[in-house]
Design a protein around this ligand. Structure first.
Ligand SMILES: [Zn+2]
Length: 285
């Protein structure tokens, strides 16, 4: 496999994580309700930079034998390091026209940005693009309310036009779902609101094995250890925290492998409940 991608099996389904670069954010954006010095000390104690968080963008390719599904499309031209998903897919033997389903966990620019090419045309020309009906309605409404996000005003206000433009380009290929839905055999979308109103997680199941892609329900492993830490990018911190706990409890109870779009690449691993509360993260297969 090319660098920046890794293939693994979930039962008989082949999954491949594909990196689409990263962005760097001030630490307080990711941990909006925490004492910045304490989070900084925790991160530095683990050999990570304290003042900023390097946040990768990791998409998931799912090949079931009948379906070729891409979950999230990366940031496209929205980030300096992004826009490589098409190339990574080709290196993995997949052309954009081979993708029959694109899943958008939500319509933030780092997830929908790669679905629209520089010429303003859909990149995945033969794919239906599946997302939540609530998500579609939220971003295409006249004034999506982003006032609860705790990131700078300019960043918040740039999100709506980006989402709206992309959803308009993709309008003939969009398919919305309004509840937990099996979109292909062994692949289910699960409502996971809070980060955005229509944010969805995705569950891959085959031969008794499970992979739960929680999208942005947690954006850093510290959100597992201390699930009360609030992500400033969440539209509703309280709903996001409840969703996070629900998904993590389910992953542990059902022995699911976990994936999170912004976790350090390869963004896949296992969670376990900790005696002191929260969950631990063990990256890998
Ligand atoms: Zn994101």
């Amino acid at each position: 496999m090319p660098e920046g991608s890794h293939a693994f099996q979930v039962g008989s389904i082949c999954c491949t994580v594909l990196t689409d670069g990263y962005d760097s954010y001030p630490t307080e954006w990711f941990f909006a309700n925490a004492d910045p010095r304490s989070v900084q000390a925790t991160l530095e104690g683990r050999g990570m930079p304290g003042r900023s968080v390097l946040s990768p963008f990791t998409c998931l390719l799912i090949e079931t034998g009948r379906h070729v599904i891409l979950v999230d499309t990366g940031a496209g031209s929205a980030s300096r390091t992004s826009g490589a998903i098409g190339a990574r897919l080709e290196m993995a033997g997949i052309r954009p026209c081979n993708i029959d389903t694109v899943v958008l966990t939500h319509a933030h620019p780092d997830h929908i940005g790669g679905a629209v090419g520089r010429g303003g045309r859909p990149v995945f020309s033969n794919a239906r693009h599946v997302l939540s009906e609530f998500e579609f309605e939220f971003w295409t409404s006249r004034r999506p309310d982003l006032s609860h996000m705790r990131v700078p005003h300019e960043l918040r206000t740039a999100m709506a036009p980006t989402a709206r433009t992309a959803l308009d380009v993709l309008r003939f290929q969009i398919e919305t779902v309004d509840r937990e839905t099996e979109i292909a055999p062994g692949v289910r979308l699960i409502p996971a609101p809070g980060h955005t109103p229509g944010h969805m997680a995705l569950l891959v199941t085959s031969e008794g094995h499970h992979l739960l892609n929680m999208g942005d329900a947690a954006v850093h492993p510290l959100h597992l250890e201390q699930p009360e830490l609030e992500n400033g990018f969440d539209q509703s911190a309280a709903i996001a925290a409840a969703t996070r706990r629900e998904l993590l409890s389910r992953a542990v109870a059902e022995g699911m492998q976990l994936m999170a779009f912004h976790f350090p690449f390869p963004s896949v691993g296992w969670v376990a409940a900790r005696e002191e509360g929260g969950w631990s993260w063990s990256p890998g297969w």
